[in-house]
Design a protein around this ligand. Structure first.
Ligand SMILES: *[C@@H]1O[C@H](CO)[C@@H](O)[C@H](O)[C@H]1NC(C)=O
Ligand SMILES: *[C@@H]1O[C@H](CO)[C@@H](O)[C@H](O)[C@H]1NC(C)=O
Ligand SMILES: *[C@@H]1O[C@H](CO)[C@@H](O)[C@H](O)[C@H]1NC(C)=O
Ligand SMILES: *[C@@H]1O[C@H](CO)[C@@H](O)[C@H](O)[C@H]1NC(C)=O
Ligand SMILES: *[C@@H]1O[C@H](CO)[C@@H](O)[C@H](O)[C@H]1NC(C)=O
Ligand SMILES: *[C@@H]1O[C@H](CO)[C@@H](O)[C@H](O)[C@H]1NC(C)=O
Length: 253
């Protein structure tokens, strides 16, 4: 299995994908008795400005910290997405400042064809902040999960989708809406799991508090690092369920 994953990863790298560190660039065989190798992850960070990394001092948001944690644990990581933000090398993402759930669903079309095997989905903060049709927001999130699942269905399996229960907001009215939305997310997730999708949620409010915000809505550097820990815990949970399948090879230029 190890060699197969390694082979697929090398194929993808050779096919022009970027990655933070290439295990096969020098052509030598993978080292033995090093850190156990997990399934390589082709990650689509999908969401709004918080995914994009707004107000983090390096622009990477949670993405660099998460990459470092996964890499240190023996997982090869590649980020994908039509956007690039932050000063890290592999700074691809599908984070769109200001985007509401329906807009994120549109933007996702740009990168779902690249067949991520892990989607980190955080959507709804702008819907809550704008007070825009918040009661039906869980349904819109559910449709977005369906879209992600449908687009990544292959013979090998579908992408793991980790859905964030939103980080907090300092504004009291926004925060009340966020808490109602967050409370609905486990139910949405359970419904998707019941029909065979590989979806789980992570509770960002358990990691990021009001004190960890830069402007009352976006995390500060500490908050973004906390988000990375939350996503990492979600990845570990998905690993424990044996959910990850190696990224599929793409036919392409
Ligand atoms: C990225 O930005 C941060 C904050 O300005 C800086 O400390 C770090 O050295 C930069 N990293 C790179 C690779 O440029
Ligand atoms: C809420 O949704 C309805 C119909 O889905 C739409 O007409 C309305 O404009 C939305 N509200 C806002 C603030 O966009
Ligand atoms: C409001 O929500 C609808 C979906 O109900 C979405 O299509 C629209 O883009 C949103 N508008 C704003 C300003 O948040
Ligand atoms: C996902 O696929 C199912 C089954 O083909 C279909 O009923 C549903 O409308 C699709 N949903 C989205 C959002 O693509
Ligand atoms: C918002 O303010 C009200 C009144 O002060 C308080 O009862 C409520 O707990 C606050 N909600 C949040 C989410 O802080
Ligand atoms: C870290 O690696 C171990 C050993 O392969 C694995 O069991 C665990 O799920 C990994 N954790 C994460 C968060 O990937």
């Amino acid at each position: 299995m190890y060699l197969l994953y390694q082979f697929v990863a090398c194929f993808l790298l050779a096919a022009g994908f970027s990655a933070e560190a290439s295990p096969c660039s020098n052509g030598s065989p993978p080292a033995t008795n090093s850190t156990p190798s997990n399934v390589p992850l082709r990650i689509l960070p999908l969401g709004n400005s918080i995914t994009w990394g707004y107000l983090s001092s390096d622009g990477n948001g949670y993405r660099l910290d998460l990459l470092n944690m996964l890499t240190a644990n023996g997982t090869q990581v590649q980020y994908i997405g039509s956007q690039q933000s932050g000063n890290m090398t592999d700074n691809y993402n599908e984070g769109h400042p200001g985007a509401v759930i329906d807009e994120i669903a549109q933007y996702a079309q740009a990168s779902l064809p690249d067949q991520p095997n892990l989607i980190l989905l955080m959507a709804g903060t702008n819907d809550m902040n704008n007070d825009n049709n918040t009661t039906t927001a869980p349904d819109r999130l559910g449709s977005l999960i369906d879209e992600c699942h449908n687009a990544t269905m292959t013979e090998a399996g579908s992408a793991v989708i980790i859905v964030a229960q939103l980080t907090p907001a300092a504004n009291n009215a926004t925060e009340e809406r966020i808490q109602i939305f967050n409370a609905a997310i486990p139910g949405v997730v359970a419904e998707k799991v019941s029909v065979g999708m590989k979806v789980l949620s992570v509770d960002m409010e358990a990691y990021v508090t009001f004190n960890d915000l830069k402007d009352g809505l976006h995390p500060n550097d500490y908050g973004y690092n906390q988000m990375a820990k939350a996503w990492y815990a979600g990845v570990g949970e998905a690993n424990g369920k044996g959910w990850f399948t190696a990224p599929v090879q793409l036919l392409g230029p």
